[in-house]
Design a protein around this ligand. Structure first.
Ligand code: SF4
Length: 74
């Protein structure tokens, strides 16, 4: 099973919390500093993808930590 994850690129402030601290397994820094879904999990764009179940907790921790609620998991 896989879980959908999206990053709202308009809301993201490029703080780095998700890709540097909370969940570098799922998120990476894009060319503009914004968070992207890691290339290996991308599906349909830089800002969306599907991750394996065992990465869900990590992605959710990033979603919970994001100061502007830009990350949606599931
Ligand atoms: S934690 Fe939120 S605002 Fe910060 S880089 Fe990640 S998605 Fe963007």
């Amino acid at each position: 099973m896989s879980v959908k994850v999206t990053v709202d690129e308009d809301a993201c402030t490029a703080c780095g919390l998700c890709y540097n601290d909370e969940c570098p397994d799922v998120f990476e820094e894009g060319s503009d500093g914004n968070s992207n879904v890691k290339k290996e999990f991308q599906k349909g764009g830089l800002d969306k993808g599907e991750i394996p179940d065992d990465k869900k907790d990590c992605a959710q921790a990033a979603a919970d930590a994001c100061p502007v609620n830009a990350i949606v998991v599931g």
